[in-house]
Design a protein around this ligand. Structure first.
Ligand code: KIV
Length: 271
């Protein structure tokens, strides 16, 4: 029997059952009402209001500039569209690191002002206190390890993480720490597939990967990337399901041509 087919609403408990039942979890990003409506109707299990909005929506080079208010704007737009999926909202850079009280108040703002169902934050041991404090308020937390884009200036590059034994061991320890703290799920980004599979096997909570191989309990991609809206982002892990850049480009060109020629609007397109 399939767990996800029988539920009207995806909760953290449903995700846990899906892992126990060996059912893969699908997750995609969403930042606005219209796209979230399509994602939800298509049946995606989790919609992530990712801080990747900083890149794909706002055009920043990194995820660092996006603010808590901006995340709240995106998340509340998404929540208004969703009937079934679990909505996870990223805590943006600067809203939870180093001060667990601030972390809790950021998470509370997200829950109160957006209606989202949970928050996600990046890091292991160094943000454990923030995670613990957020959990005391009954807010579900998703962890994020491996490539953590909010630390890009520490890493210096977006290449694969944890290829060396020492970093891999640290990642395994952090993953266990997050599970023991009470995180309901974990994202692993851009790490070797063998390490990803090892972590997914070792943890009882769902482990969802992006560029972390096929041994994960689920997969996540940035919707704009898998739709091919952004045609100059082509990492190896990305499967493009469409070339929407090309489709949109051609549609915009046709519209411009029709307006210029007077072909649009025709008799049936006016009152
Ligand atoms: O912000 C985001 O889109 C993410 C995914 C890459 C997991 O954190």
């Amino acid at each position: 029997m399939s767990v996800h087919k029988d539920v009207k609403r995806i909760t953290t408990h449903v995700l846990q059952e899906m892992k126990s039942n060996n059912e893969k979890i699908s997750m995609l990003t969403g930042y606005d009402y219209s796209m979230a409506k399509i994602l939800d109707k298509a049946g995606v299990d989790i919609i992530l209001v990712g801080d990747s909005a900083s890149n794909v929506m706002a055009g920043h080079e990194t995820t660092l500039p996006i603010t808590l208010n901006e995340m709240i704007y995106h998340a509340s737009s998404v929540v208004r569209a969703v009937e079934r999926a679990l909505v996870v909202v990223d805590l943006p850079f600067g809203s939870y690191q180093g001060n667990s009280r601030e972390a809790l108040s950021s998470a509370i703002r997200i829950m109160k002002e957006t209606g989202g169902h949970s928050v996600k934050l990046e890091g292991g041991k160094e943000v454990l206190e923030s995670i613990q404090r957020i959990l005391t308020a009954g807010i579900p937390v998703m962890g994020h390890l491996g490539l953590t884009p909010q630390s890009i200036y520490k890493f210096g590059t977006y290449t694969v993480r944890a290829k060396e034994e020492e970093e891999a061991q640290r990642l395994i320890e952090d993953a266990k720490l997050l599970e023991d703290a009470g995180c309901f799920a974990l994202i692993l980004e851009k790490i070797p597939a063998a390490l990803g599979a090892q972590v997914a096997e070792a943890l009882t909570i769902p482990v969802i990967g992006i560029g972390a191989g096929g041994g994960m309990d689920g997969q996540v991609l940035v919707s704009h990337d898998m739709l091919g809206i952004n045609n100059d982002f082509n990492p190896r892990f990305l499967r493009k399901y469409h070339n929407l850049y090309e489709e949109m480009f051609k549609s915009f060109q046709s519209y411009i041509k029709d307006v210029r020629s007077g072909d649009f609007p025709n008799e049936n397109e006016q009152y």
